[in-house]
Ligand binder design. Structure first.
Ligand SMILES: [Zn+2]
Ligand SMILES: [Zn+2]
Length: 270
């Protein structure tokens, strides 16, 4: 018999009702009264676990398909086998991406794929804490672990407004907000998507570029200019597949907002 609470509803209520500090205490209090359950296998979790292990048991966490070197220095595509030097995959050798490089923490397989699907398509917003803490592992990359965090800004890949209304939130912005709280890196919803696009994965490279042309613009808040000139951006999304969407966003950030460097970070790679 299960004695733990179903977390999603309480989390959502606490999260919607209280500001973050109060939310943390309220959430910890609920953890104490009703043990949290693993989001992978539903095993009861002990009180006091932190970061990703607050939501996943040790077995489920260890089973997630973490991307380890060697991987493409440009798009993060993992490579089976030994590779002593930095390398670019075949796809990146022929393609110009407008971002500096992309890093994904995990492959979008098994439990990882299932968690992202629930977060994105099944309104399970409570998974944002878990997925943001898994996303934070991209910051352990040697190219990012020494960065001056005050010079960087987290920017989400935007959703088209009709899609966001239907989904009720932009999953990339929710990841940014949570990662901003834990990392201290400022988050700005700087881009907007001005028209809907068809799914990229089924299109050829030429069709993908055509599909994305002019889709992204800078948001212009009426009260202040974009604070991005000369900054470096961590462009955030849940999954990176072809890299075309991220590249188009990076191009707009550079050309329209004067951003100097764009690194794409995603929870998973499709
Ligand atoms: Zn588990
Ligand atoms: Zn590559």
């Amino acid at each position: 018999m299960q004695t733990g609470r179903k977390w999603s509803k309480q989390d959502a209520i606490v999260s919607a009702t209280f500001p973050s500090a109060v939310h943390r205490y309220a959430s910890a209090f609920l953890d104490l009264i009703y043990p949290r359950r693993c989001e992978g296998c539903e095993a009861a979790l002990a009180f006091g676990r932190t970061e990703a292990s607050r939501w996943l048991c040790d077995e489920c966490l260890a089973a997630l398909p973490r991307i380890q070197p060697p991987f493409c220095s440009n798009c993060g595509e993992p490579y089976d086998g030994a590779m002593s030097d930095s390398f670019r995959c075949g796809n990146c050798a022929d393609t110009k991406h407008h971002f500096d490089f992309a890093i994904a923490a995990y492959m979008a397989e098994d439990t990882m794929r299932h968690l992202i699907h629930r977060f994105k398509y099944q309104h399970q917003l409570h998974l944002r804490g878990l997925l943001a803490s898994l996303l934070a592992r991209t910051l352990e990359d040697p190219r990012l672990c020494q960065i001056n965090r005050s010079a960087w800004v987290l920017v989400p890949v935007p959703l088209y407004h009709a899609r966001q209304r239907e989904r009720e939130y932009n999953q990339a912005w929710e990841l940014c907000r949570h990662l901003s709280q834990t990392s201290g890196i400022m988050a700005v919803e700087a881009l907007s998507r001005v028209r809907p696009t068809t799914a990229q994965a089924s299109l050829s490279r030429k069709q993908r570029l055509e599909n994305l042309k002019g889709v992204f613009q800078m948001k212009r808040p009426w009260f202040k200019p974009q604070p991005l000139t000369g900054k470096s951006v961590l462009l955030v999304d849940d999954v990176l597949t072809t890299g075309s969407t991220a590249s188009e966003c990076a191009q707009v950030l550079r050309r329209k907002a004067g951003v100097e460097k764009v690194v794409v970070i995603t929870v998973a790679r499709g």
